[in-house]
Each structure stands twice: as C-alpha cells, then as structure tokens.
Design a protein around this ligand. Sequence first.
Ligand code: ADP
Ligand code: MG
Length: 696
Amino acid sequence: MTNDPHAFGSLVFTDAQMQSRLPEDIYRALKKTMQLGTHLELEVAESVAKALKDWAIEKGATHFTHWFQPMTGITAEKHDSFLAPTKEGRMILEFSGRELLRGEPDASSFPAGGLRVTSAARGYTVWDITSYPFIKDGTLCIPAVFCSYHGEALDKKTPLLRSMEALNRQALRIMRLLGNTTVQRVITTVGSEQEYFLIDKELYLKRPDLVLTGRTLFSARPPKGHELHDHYLTSLKPRVSAFMRELEAELWKLGVPAKTKHNEVAPAQHELAPIFSIVNIACDHNQLTMELMKNIAAKHGLACLLHERPFAGINGSGKHINWSLATDTGINLLDPGERPYENIQFLLFLTAVIKAVDEYQELLRASAASAGNDLRLGANEAPPPIVSIFLGEELTEILTAWETGAPYRSERPRLMEVGASVLPHIPKDTADRNRTSPFAFTGNKFEFRMLGSAFSIAEPNIVLNTAVAEVLREFADHLERASDVESELSSLIRQTIRQHKRIIFNGNNYSAGWVQEATRRGLAVLKTTVDALPAWVAPKSIALFTRHQVLTEPEIRSRYQIYLENYCKTLQIEALTMADLVKKEIVPACIDYQNELIHLLKSKKTCGEFECGLEKRFLGQIASLSAALLNKLDLLEKTLAEGSSENDALAEARFYRDQVCGAMSELRLVIDELERLVAKKHWRLPTYAEMLFSVN
Ligand code: ADP
Ligand code: MG
C-alpha cells in the first residue's frame, strides 16, 4: 500500500488546521508563542481549546490527555473524557483552555531522584506548544512537559527544549558576527534510525525473561546466526512486510514520515528511519514510533523487541541520531558546500562541534549508558565505549591544511571511479562511510551511533545542544572582543583544530589497537554504565548545564540518582527472573530428562556398556551439570540476599555490575550447556533458532 498523501498528518492538529480553524488574531498569538516562547494568554488558550476539541471530536476522539515523557524513558498519559456534567445533570462535551494548558496527573510514582521529596509531591504537566497535538487510539494527545510544584524538570522534554533555546541563543550571536542579519532562529535537526527485532508472539510469551526483562537471559547460540549475511537488505517476509505497511500508514497519519525500512544484519532484525525534523518533534516521533511498533506487532501476532541485546551472540539493536544545525532561512550549517576549504561558516560550526564533542566526550558517552547498552557497545557491531569523530579523508585533509597553513590542493570536482566505462561518473561524497565510528560526519550532518535501541533520544541531544552552545558562546565572546573579526575567525578555527584534533579518528574503531591508541591520546575509555554515569555530576558538567539554564544542580543530581537506580533495578529484575526461571523451568526439565533416562535404564534386563552406554553417559553429564546449576543458583541468590554492603548508589551499581552480573554469567554458562544436552521434549523454553527464524 502506498501512503495516501492526503492522509499525511491527518491525525495531527497541524499548522494548516490551526490556521483554518482559529480566528486570525488567535492564530497569530499562538504562532508568536510557538516561535518566540512568549507567554500565552488564557483567552488565547480558551479559543485554541475549543477549536482543538471540535477537530478532535470530528476525528472520533472521546478523551484527551497530556502526553509526556517522564524519566522512565517512555511516554505517559492519563486520559480524561471530554464529557462533563452540567448543573442540571446533563452531559456536555467540554475542554477548557485551562485543561489544555495544564494538567495535574498526580503521577507521584514516576522516578524523581529525590526532587519531589525535598520540594513537593505534586507533578504538573504543561502544554508544550512547540509540538503539535495529535489523536491516538481515540484520544486527543497534547504533548506536554512534566515538572514539579516548584517548576523543576521531572521529564526529558523540559531540558531538551531548554537546550534548544541555549543553542539558538549562541548560534545567533555567531551568525550576526558572520554578518548574517536575516536569520531569526537556529535549530537542531534530527533523524533517528530505529533498529528492532520481530519474533513470533507465541514464542515470545513462552519466554518469561523476554516478557519481564526484554531480553533472553540465557540460551545456547543457534547453529546459524548472521554468518552468511543472508538477511541484511534481503526482501521482506510477507508477515514482516504487512507489519511494516501498517506501521508506516499509522505513522504517516501521525505526521511521521517513515522513509526507509529494511532488514538488518541479524536474522529477525529490521530498521526504520523517518525523514528528519526539528529535534523536539523528532523526539516525540521516535517515542510514537517505538510505541506503535509494539502495538502493531501484537496485531500481527508478532512481538517487537527494542532491547539493545535481546539475544547474546547475535547483533544487538541501536538507534542512530543524525544531527545537524539549520537556520529558519533553510541553511544547513554543517553543509560543506562546493568549496569547504573556503567555507568559513561551515568550518566554524564544524570545529565548534569537534571541540564540543572532545570537551564533553564523557558526558556524551554517559548519555548512551544503560545496563542494556553495556551488552552492546564494543561488541564488534556497535562502536566501542570511546567517543571519537570520523571526518573522512577530504575534510581531514582540509583541517590539516588549515592547521599547518600548508596549501590545500585545489578543489576540483571529485568523481568516483566505478570501474566500467558504461557507468556514469558519480560525484563523490565529501566523506566515505565508516560504520565503526560512534560520531561520524556523513556529508552534511553527524551521526551519533552509540545510543541503544530502547533509549529516548532526549539525553544525547540535550548534551550535544548544550555542549555546542557552550563552545559557540566561547567563540562569540572571543570574536565580539576582536578588532578584526575576519582574521580572528581564521586563527580561532586553526587553534580549535590544533587543540581538539585528538578526537578525530578515521580508522577502524572495532580494532583492538584503538583502545590503546585512544588511551594514549587521553580519550576517555568508559567501559560500563557505572564508569560512565558519574560524568553527569562532574563539576564541568554542572557548570555547563547551569550556565546555559538547561538543568539546575538539583535537577542534574536527581537525574544521576535516577540513572543509577534504573541500572540497579534493571539488573535486580534480571537476576530475580533468572533465578525464578531456573527453579520453575530448568530444574524440572533436568529432572524429567534424568527420570526418563533412569526409567529407561531400569527397564532394561542387562545393563552393560553396550546396552546402556548412551543413557549412562547422558545421566552422568546431567548429574554433573545439575550440581553445577544448583551451585551457581545458590551463588546468585546468596549474592542478591546479601546485597551491597555500602549505602551509596554508585557503590550499589558497582556491586550489581561486578557481583550480580558475574554470578549471572556463571549461571548462564551452565544453563546453556544443559540446553544443548536435554531432550527437546523436556525443554519447553523456545530456543534461539526457533525464535530467530520463526517469522515467515
Ligand atoms: P544510513 O542508514 O545510511 O545512515 P538512512 O537514510 O537510513 O542512512 O538515514 C539517514 C537519516 O538521516 C534519515 O533519518 C534522514 O532524514 C536523516 N537526515 C538527513 N539529513 C539530515 C539533516 N540535515 N539533519 C538531520 N538528519 C538528517
Ligand atoms: Mg545510520
């Protein structure tokens, strides 16, 4: 099915809807608030609420909700009916300006990292006017931010919006210094590629570890994985294709233009990429995409897995953030243009990003840290846990020429040699692809590839926006003081390249030598979440976020607490699920198989090596593996029962990483051996091969 162009955004209260349904003065007031962040009068809100309600009811909506993004990383909603009783006892359809502007969902159960204990328990949702309302499942969803009684951010959206403002402020200063007087706004554009797995729903439901933790906690590797690369970019299986068509059509109605879809490297793995948009909307859209993926999969008898590593030994899933800067006049500030060597504006913004990534590399790494992503980063299909930048040959040559003052060979149009005279010559991109790099320049944008598939894209964008804002601030401060801006610009670019070129690495990030080389260069190698998270509360990070009013110190500290708690809880749930499954599934399977073998042995009249060799051999193996199983189960349960001896969140996270994960790995080895040994009829849990090759 091709998507009907008229259906695009049909469930979104778009600008066109606003314009046609609102009185002109109200529309103008609303646009002013959207674009300049000015205060919205209640009277305007009343008028918008009425138009919004009429539109939503025409579209069949019966309820409304503020739709927000608390620190759980997913979205939240609390539906209220449009129906309201009158004094006379009748029911009328109502939706006021006040209800549009603000909600109080209570929502006291969301993680707040101590913020709401110290201030107040109330949480408010406030309409995020910059993102359009939409209808989902018969409910009018009003994108909202979520904050405490005192206005502290309790969500991911508030600091994202603040970081966009910070970046805009500083980038405009630079544009003016470059002599541009027309640009009114600089925004971040983002396109997020989303990887996911699809497996059969029935098999999924038979794996409580998948249901409860999102990943398989054990199971032997299948005889076949992605070795033959016979899944990557192959044609879609009919069930997958039907799922993708429906997903795209639904996303289309919600104004999310899914552009590319294809099979990924691992069996049962796929990817979807929308066309990029302004970052806050990209963030909303990615949340909607993940939610719809799960719901639509269920309708097709499928389960969509968004975990970073659902199957050990099989490629995991990431989320790539394509990131660039654009002006309201339509210029991509990271577009090198025809002659990048002479393009001062491009070079200034490029070097600003290089400096920002180098100076805040730990923070960027921390923005991609989670228990799930620890299983993926550095495992030869995702970047290692070291932030570096890939620029490609041509840009690196240009920067080197700038740094050393050496002449740069003339910029000739570069043509790609495809090797056959009948084929046309294709203009060469300024950068080749380097799929191993965590932060790669890809023509006119950067692609941050560290993020795990289940993440909200908010954090890395908050970090990138704010870090780049800070560098632009430093540049602007410096240039505004200069008597000769033009010559100062050149020396600023040169100096920035010299000081931050250590972050540029065009080689293979998967190679063993890179870790040593990165260490030699002084880059941060932060292997696990526990190593990475403290970057959030480093004095430098606190200074960054507070200076640009993106997060206050209490907000940063509360987030740090939430990330640590989330890490510990995730691992605790995994460990408990594993122990439970051993007792409920693995031990009974072993006993059944053991009994069957004993029964067979007993039924035989003679039991020499010839008659009973097989049974005896398998019984022996079962006995020794079962003993090891119980031993390792005891170790895991004892570790959990004793818990961490220290009363500090970071120490507790360290305990989970070192003790609990260690005990889980040891237990897993034994279970995987048993799975290979025990007869299928006794092993009721679906295997990797069954799950990965289940969908046709
Ligand atoms: P690949 O898989 O080769 O990285 P895709 O075509 O799958 O490339 O994805 C590229 C993504 O980058 C798309 O989401 C696209 O919309 C996005 N993109 C393109 N240009 C920009 C830009 N200027 N700013 C942000 N994102 C962009
Ligand atoms: Mg990509």
